[in-house]
Each structure stands twice: as structure tokens, then as C-alpha cells.
Design a binder for this molecule. Structure first.
Ligand SMILES: Cc1cc2nc3c(=O)[nH]c(=O)nc-3n(C[C@H](O)[C@H](O)[C@H](O)COP(=O)(O)OP(=O)(O)OC[C@H]3O[C@@H](n4cnc5c(N)ncnc54)[C@H](O)[C@@H]3O)c2cc1C
Length: 291
């Protein structure tokens, strides 16, 4: 197996152009497991570990946060929890401290597992993925169009993920995950909601409930029409129930070792109701404190 270790981003792009089959290696928490278990034996590994700029994050001129592909979950929790609370919550549920120290959102995006925990908050928060190739330059891919199939994404063979972009939260964000136990667990299913009060709308993301992570668009449209943004009136039971139903209708889950399709649909509805309830309560407190 060839082992490529570029020192710069430009060298990495050149190497990916030369050897499109080279498998990028960031934290290695997916790649090394697959190699150790003989799930794949790539002809070449492209180790991105020497490119320190991938581990930086910054607030860009337009106010959005640009987070390098290699920033590990542990730093998203400690350094970005105030700006990206939904993603930080999801990051807290990933693996163990060791996995959170090495694993990255860039790697989660590269793997594009329907069960990856970063995907629902990225979808709910309108994240955009910055991909780049030597020949094509930079391509900004909305999270919404990034996931193309089971463990497949919109990257071209010569492209690498450089960063992802998200606006800092302007409203409450929540993530919920059902697993077969409390920690070190792949999601049976998961759900994220992000309130965007300035735009009078809410974003959603479903995980492990369809071939790809996806938004519950009809549920989002329902909230945009029904939520009382100005009065911040309490949510009614029927509103919560309908939101849960619409979220569950967006799922197209399968039966597998972790859970049945019917259980997943049910759990998505429950998580949707709960996360919206938590987010709306926070929103009401903020509105009340400003009155
Ligand atoms: C014990 C254990 C527990 C885990 N628990 C969870 C969990 O709870 N939730 C969860 O979501 N995941 C979990 N994972 C999976 C894994 O930790 C995550 O998917 C993590 O985000 C991968 O990040 P990484 O940096 O280690 O990626 P890597 O393993 O280095 O790469 C993952 C994939 O992304 C590609 N890739 C990496 N960087 C780039 C780039 N810059 N451009 C293009 N492609 C790239 C790689 O080629 C590979 O296909 C767990 C793994 C283990 C071993």
C-alpha cells in the first residue's frame, strides 16, 4: 500500500489528482477500522495529518464560522459550543473521549454514513461543505445536496474536503440520539432541530432513518407556517404531534440489527417532538427576557 503524506494543502490536491483512488486519512477512526477488518485495502492512503491548517477554525468576514475538516469533535465541544450548539451536542455523543479527540466532522462527511452524528445538525443549521480539487478549484456544496446514497457523497474523485461553513446559531438548537446504550454507540436514529428566529423558520435533520441523512422538509414548512415567533405562545399538543408525524413521514428507514423500521419511525416522531419542545421553551425564555 502506497502511503502519501503531503506537507501542504496544494500538495494534497496534487496527490489526489495524480492518484484519485488514494483514500484520504484524517483521524483514521473510520479508515483504520476498515483496513484492520479488511473491509477495504486501498492501493494508496493520503494522510492529511501534516496539513495543520485543516485543524483551524475562524469567523469569516461574512460572520459565518469556517471550520477546518480536521477539527476534532473534542474541540468543537470546547471551542464552538456557543456558536454551533447543535453540532456540539451531537459531538458529545460521538464514541468515547479517544474517538472525540481524533475523529473529525471532515471524516464524518467523508464516510457519509447515514448514522453519522454530525449530519443532522449540519442539515438543520444549513451547513455548506467546502470541497476543492487541483483542476476544479473550490466547490461549495450545501449539506442538503452533499449526501447522495448510503455512504456516498457528492465529492468528485479528485476532490478533498477542506472545511465546512455554518452561521452561528441565532436561536436554540437541539440534537437527540437513540442508541442501544448510552455511550459508544452508533445511532439507531437521531434528530436535530435548529430554530432560525430571524428568518421565522426551523431547520431539521434526520440521522439513521433513511439511506442518507436528510431534512424533514414538510415538517420545516409546517413550523414556518405555524410557530408564533412574535408572541412565543406555548406549543400545543396537536402542533407537536403533527410536527412529529411529519418528521416521521420524512424517514424511510430499514429493519436492521440495531432496530426495526417501525421503531425508527416512532423514535423519530418522539425525538422531533422533544427537541422542538426544548428549543421552543428556550426561545420563549429568550423572548420573555427581552420583553
Ligand atoms: C469506537 C468507535 C466509535 C465511533 N462512534 C461514532 C459515533 O458515536 N458517531 C459517529 O458519527 N461516528 C462514530 N464513529 C465513526 C468515526 O469516529 C467518525 O465517522 C469520525 O467522524 C471519522 O473522522 P476521522 O477524522 O477519524 O475520519 P477518517 O477515518 O480519517 O476518514 C473517514 C472517511 O472520510 C474520508 N476523509 C477524511 N478526510 C477527508 C477529507 N479531508 N476529504 C475527503 N475525504 C476525507 C476518508 O477517506 C474516509 O472515507 C466511531 C468510530 C469508532 C472506531
Amino acid at each position: 500500500m502506497e502511503f502519501l503524506r503531503p506537507a501542504t494543502w496544494e500538495e494534497a490536491l496534487a496527490a489526489k489528482a495524480d492518484v484519485p483512488g488514494a483514500v484520504p486519512l484524517q483521524g483514521g477512526t473510520d479508515v483504520m477500522v476498515e483496513i484492520n477488518f479488511d473491509v477495504r485495502r486501498p492501493a494508496a492512503l493520503l494522510d492529511l495529518g501534516a496539513i495543520t491548517s485543516l485543524s483551524d477554525w475562524e469567523v469569516a468576514a461574512d460572520g459565518r464560522v469556517r471550520v477546518g475538516a480536521a477539527v476534532p469533535y473534542a474541540r468543537i465541544i470546547t471551542e464552538l459550543g456557543d456558536r454551533l450548539p447543535g453540532l456540539a451536542q451531537a459531538s458529545r455523543t460521538v464514541g468515547s473521549p479517544q474517538i472525540r479527540n481524533r475523529g473529525s466532522v471532515g471524516g464524518n462527511l467523508g464516510a457519509a454514513s447515514p448514522a453519522g452524528d454530525s449530519h443532522p445538525p449540519l442539515l438543520a443549521g444549513d451547513a455548506v461543505i467546502e470541497a476543492e480539487s487541483a483542476a476544479g478549484g473550490v466547490r461549495m456544496i450545501p449539506a442538503d445536496t452533499f449526501y447522495t446514497g448510503v455512504k456516498r457523497n457528492a465529492l468528485r474523485p479528485d476532490e478533498l474536503i477542506r472545511a465546512f461553513w455554518m452561521s452561528p446559531a441565532t436561536g436554540p438548537q437541539y440534537f437527540s440520539k437513540v442508541g442501544t446504550r448510552n455511550a459508544m454507540v452508533i445511532a439507531v436514529c437521531s434528530f436535530a432541530v435548529a430554530l432560525h428566529p430571524r428568518e421565522r423558520r426551523a431547520g431539521t435533520g434526520l440521522g439513521s432513518a433513511a439511506p442518507t441523512p436528510r431534512r424533514a422538509r414538510a415538517a420545516e414548512d409546517f413550523l414556518a407556517a405555524e410557530l408564533d415567533w412574535d408572541g412565543a405562545a406555548p406549543l400545543t399538543g396537536p402542533l407537536l404531534a403533527r410536527f412529529g408525524e411529519l418528521a416521521a413521514e420524512a424517514a424511510s428507514p430499514i429493519d436492521d440489527v440495531r432496530g426495526t423500521a417501525a421503531y425508527r419511525r416512532h423514535a423519530v416522531a418522539v425525538m422531533a417532538r422533544r427537541t422542538l419542545g426544548w428549543a421552543w421553551n428556550d426561545y420563549r425564555e429568550r423572548v420573555a427576557s427581552c420583553a
